[in-house]
Design a protein around this ligand. Structure first.
Ligand code: UD1
Ligand code: CA
Length: 463
């Protein structure tokens, strides 16, 4: 039979020091919120270790917001309400009060909502240590050069106890082994000791840390890399955890064959996928549910949001791509803007200062310079000259422009939508096309040129 764990995410605290309107669990972190990270790592841990049990968030401060957010994203997370934030031991009491079934799980895991870098690797290691040593409870600890603010680990011949910063004397303050706030306990052990925890300390709070005692069958797992337990209590720590999470994401992609020119200045959100052989230049910002294929190039300063960039595509410097698709071997930029609803066909080319919106371009289309193409469809192998504009907006409504395949649209032309140009058409440079053109047609609409010999001097002004 598989072992069962009740996982408790402590998320009732206020997080005043962050100076955000949102309650701390909903503080932004990469493209998600702080609380998303422990939930997702716990889910991985449950899956990998084939555990049964459930995840419960203890909510309190602004609990409606926290509950709504979690419910919308994770239908299987349960909730316990802590009415008053009387301390972490009190939070755990609220948890056991919320549902009697929690007392039946073999183990109880406690994690804080404000430590987003902790991963399922640390969770598994804790679980293995606890089982190997046959302890009743284990706390994750680490060595910290600057231990201020953390609970200090005071080890005994058997067992250990934790002294919070506020309650520590000068000798205890010198201890560098600190408490991470991550614990795994046999549920029977908690039920035996939790009610004995009092609030006789400087904060007057019920500390969960007091559940660990000398002489009892409890131990610590001291982790080499304490950075994974960094808690977010202020904006500097938020930036630090985001940097650490981002670095982890980049390492993952690098291990899968993605080349970074300067990973420290590259921003990739957690859900982005990138294929092997792709090169990412400095200051690229890839976010949302973006997918980059294999052997693609994403140059300096490009922003890619919720977009699919297929194999062998090239996104040249300073391009912005949102809710769009670039099909295999297509290219965009430098300085291209693909707004939502754009599809670039295979091997199509978008050049500098070209803006596309809800534009579907079939394969081999070229729009090389200074153009706006909106609410448009362009057939394969059509070439659009420099400075072309789809006039799609009449002040009230947007209208569609359709251009067939193998067309040549001369530079400095406009189409006044709604309008349709058939296949194999030729539009002369500087034309304004407001009427449909049938297949194979030629159109020109510009003023006739008048040339007067020797008249220039009249118009050339000299000082
Ligand atoms: C806690 C530990 C400390 C450890 C540190 C690591 C205690 C008493 N101290 O201190 O030993 O070194 O984490 O970061 O546990 N919370 C509730 N209800 C409450 C109080 C807190 O749900 O009544 C939640 C908070 O939202 C937070 C977590 O518990 O997610 C920890 O609380 P926090 O106040 O941040 O504890 P620290 O002072 O950081
Ligand atoms: Ca904290």
């Amino acid at each position: 039979m598989s072992l069962s764990i009740g996982a408790v995410i402590l998320a009732a605290g206020e997080g005043k020091r962050l100076k955000l309107d949102a309650p701390k669990p909903l503080a932004p972190c990469l493209d998600q919120k702080l609380v998303d990270f422990p939930i997702q790592e716990l889910k991985k841990f449950f899956e990998d270790a084939k555990l049964s049990g459930c995840l419960t968030a203890v909510v309190g401060h602004k609990r409606e917001l926290v509950t709504e957010y979690i419910k919308n994203r994770y239908s299987d997370v349960e909730f316990a309400i802590q009415e008053k934030q009387l301390g972490t031991a009190d939070a755990l009491k609220s948890y056991f009060k919320a549902n009697p079934k929690y007392k039946n799980f073999d183990f109880t895991l406690v994690i804080c909502a404000d430590t987003p870098v902790v991963s399922n690797i640390e969770l598994s290691e804790m679980f293995e240590s606890l089982k190997k040593e046959n302890w009743d409870a284990i706390a994750a600890t680490f060595q910290e050069e600057n231990p201020f603010g953390y609970g200090r680990i005071v080890r005994a011949a058997k067992g250990f106890h934790i002294v919070e910063e506020k309650d520590a004397d000068n000798e205890t303050k010198k201890i560098k082994e600190v408490n991470s706030g991550l614990y795994l306990l046999r549920t029977s052990y908690i039920l035996e000791h939790l009610d004995k925890v009092d609030s006789n300390n400087k904060s007057g709070e019920f500390y969960l840390t007091d559940i660990f005692k000398d002489h009892l069958n409890v131990g610590v797992k001291c982790f080499q890399n304490g950075k994974v337990f960094l808690g977010v209590n202020n904006l500097l720590q938020l930036e630090e955890v985001e940097t650490a999470l981002r670095q982890r994401i980049i390492n993952f992609h690098r291990d899968n064959g993605v080349r970074f020119i300067d990973s420290k200045n590259t921003y990739i959100d957690s859900q982005v996928k990138i294929g092997e052989g792709t090169t990412i230049f400095p200051c690229a910002y890839l976010s949302g549910k973006s997918e980059i294929g294999k052997n693609a190039i994403i140059e300096m300063g490009s922003i890619i949001k919720n977009s699919k960039i297929e194999d062998l595509c090239q996104v040249f410097a300073y391009s912005s791509i949102e809710d769009s698709i670039m099909k295999k071997g297509s290219s965009a930029g430098p300085y291209a803007r693909l707004r939502p609803g754009t599809v670039l066909g295979e091997k199509s080319k978008i050049g500098n200062f070209v803006e596309l919106k809800k534009a579907v371009l079939e394969s081999g289309v070229k729009v090389s310079h200074l153009s706006y193409v909106g609410d448009a469809f362009i057939g394969e192998e059509t070439n659009i000259g420099c400075g072309f504009i789809t006039c799609n907006y009449d002040g009230v409504n947007k209208h569609v422009t359709k251009i067939g395949k193998n067309c040549f649209i001369g530079s400095d032309s406009q189409t006044i939508a709604p309008v349709e140009i058939g296949d194999d058409c030729f539009v002369a440079s500087s034309s304004t096309i407001s009427k449909d053109m049938p297949k194979g047609a030629f159109a020109i609409s510009r003023g006739h040129q008048v040339t007067k010999e020797n008249l220039a001097h009249r118009f050339i002004k000299k000082k």
